[in-house]
Design a protein around this ligand. Structure first.
Ligand SMILES: O=C(O)CCC(=O)C(=O)O
Ligand SMILES: [Mn+2]
Length: 204
């Protein structure tokens, strides 16, 4: 396991590999086959659009969140995903980082045309300066970063099969990221581990 520092401030690291072969490929195939993948629609300018990927939101019941006056409960932990969560937490502990992930957003991109647009993971239920760790499985694709105030040029981080991208405190405040479409074949699944503050800690 090698930890490469991609940015010092805010801290962005790539742990490669976190999962070696044949582990990573077995996990990819199992998650692809066993998870209840969904393609929710988003309302944009009065029209419904299916998101350009599939996803599953998974975690502890305390990690629920409210959106448009409704409460959304995560899927319960799949045993393999719970094991991956523990491996990610253990890897971060060896680097002196205390991570307490209680939820994960799993994204499934069937090929390079499927994508995720520009955003920061800065929802209020993630609290101040969240730590987010993203495990990548399958086709290697670049995650593109850009600075919100354009202090420096945008850059790509290629995410190898079995690698873990760690976005430390301040990353979501200062940068956005996107998985842009590319003419690349191949299934990719990412798991972005997060800590959702229990609603009692959010005053909700
Ligand atoms: O698929 C990826 O690597 C990015 C996913 C992401 O940004 C997210 O889940 O918030
Ligand atoms: Mn994100």
């Amino acid at each position: 396991m090698l930890i490469e520092t991609l940015l010092a401030d805010p801290p962005v690291w790539l742990v490669d590999p976190l999962l070696g072969e044949p582990d990573a490929s077995a996990v990819l195939a199992t998650l692809d086959a066993q998870l209840p993948w969904q393609r929710p629609t988003l309302r944009l300018y009065g029209r419904e659009h299916p998101i350009p990927r599939h996803q599953v939101w998974m975690g502890a019941p305390e990690a629920s969140y409210r959106y448009s006056g409704r409460e959304f409960l995560p899927e319960p932990w799949h045993p393999m995903v719970a094991d991956l969560r523990d491996r990610v937490i253990a890897a971060l502990a060896t680097a002196g980082v205390d991570a307490r992930f209680n939820s994960v957003l799993l994204n499934r991109y069937a090929d390079g045309e499927e994508r995720m647009g520009w955003h920061s993971d800065d929802e209020p239920e993630l609290g101040h300066e969240p730590l987010i760790a993203a495990l990548s499985l399958g086709a290697e694709r670049p995650l593109r970063f850009r600075w919100k105030h354009r202090q420096a040029p945008a850059f790509n981080v290629w995410l190898p099969h079995g690698s873990l991208l760690v976005m430390g405190p301040g990353t979501q405040e200062r940068l956005q990221h996107a998985l842009l479409p590319r003419r690349l074949p191949g299934l990719r699944i990412s798991l972005t581990f997060r800590r959702v503050l229990p609603s009692t800690a959010r005053g909700g």
